[in-house]
Design a protein around this ligand. Structure first.
Ligand SMILES: [Zn+2]
Length: 279
């Protein structure tokens, strides 16, 4: 099994024989993982229902599937909260909890899976952000939700972004850049997040079929820099932000990509569980 190499803060682990990615600096504060296409959720061809697909993720975090809180993701920046035995609000892209009875999960296939833990209180957040979510400031909204709902102080937050499509592969049209302009991001931020040509690296080769020089009127979007920049702007310490920096589209053997595979693409999960601490 060939797995891509993440940045040094991340490590592959075997969970019942299937690989999952964990962020070592996040681990002491919150059990969590990012899945691969080797999981049931990662394949659309397996004949299993939704509950079965999520059972595997729930088991990995040692909760019952009914205690693995998911939401209907709508590419927005609204929040759901799981607390006191109930999960409130079903349409959302951010889930927060300080209740160890629950684990939280989001699913992606190119979008950024963002997991955050409060190292003081043990509160956690799971967020899903594609370009629309990032233009809608999902990272900052997740930080705000932890502060508002769980009393988190921003200096205590540790954030980990798992695999998502990178600037090696993510060609977008002018509408995407325009979306960030309309949302009020600065020219400096836009120039950092949108580049004219794909940016392949030894870690992340560009997917086949892309023009190395780029194309007129098209951009390559760096969702990793955008996520990091927004977390820093929200007050999260740079040294407490970790990006796996592996591109879903670059690694067909391991990761699910909607851009690469279209509708048959499976999904990757990002999941995290609160551990109650004494504030
Ligand atoms: Zn790529």
């Amino acid at each position: 099994m060939i797995l891509p190499s993440p940045t040094t803060s991340f490590e592959w682990v075997g969970i019942d024989g299937v690989p999952g990615l964990v962020c070592r600096p996040l681990e002491p504060f919150a059990p969590h993982l990012f899945t691969t296409r080797h999981w049931r959720l990662g394949s659309r061809t397996l004949e299993s229902d939704d509950t079965e697909r999520w059972n595997e993720v729930a088991a990995a975090l040692e909760v019952d599937e009914r205690r693995l809180v998911r939401v209907r993701q709508v590419h927005g920046a609204e929040m759901a909260i799981a607390r006191g035995g109930v999960a409130i609000r079903q349409d959302a892209d951010i889930i927060v909890s300080d209740d160890p009875a629950f684990a939280l999960a989001i699913r992606v296939a190119d979008c950024v899976p963002l997991l955050i833990a409060d190292r003081r209180t043990g509160a956690v957040a799971a967020a899903h952000a594609g370009w629309r979510g990032l233009a809608g400031r999902v990272p900052a909204a997740a930080v705000d939700a932890l502060a508002r709902e769980c009393g988190s102080r921003v200096e205590d937050l540790v954030a980990a972004a798992g695999p998502s499509i990178g600037a090696c592969c993510y060609e977008v049209g002018p509408d995407v850049r325009e979306g960030f302009t309309l949302a009020g991001f600065s020219r400096k931020e836009l120039d950092e997040w949108f580049v004219n040509a794909p940016v392949p690296t030894s870690r992340n080769p560009s997917m086949p079929g892309l023009e190395a020089k780029g194309r007129p009127g098209r951009w390559f979007f760096d969702g990793w820099a955008c996520t990091r920049g927004q977390l820093i702007a929200a007050g999260v310490r740079s040294a407490q932000i970790f990006l796996a920096e592996i591109c879903t589209a670059s690694h067909p053997g391991a990761l699910c990509s909607y851009r690469r595979d279209g509708a048959p693409a499976g999904r990757l999960a990002g999941a995290i569980k609160s551990v109650r601490r004494r504030p």
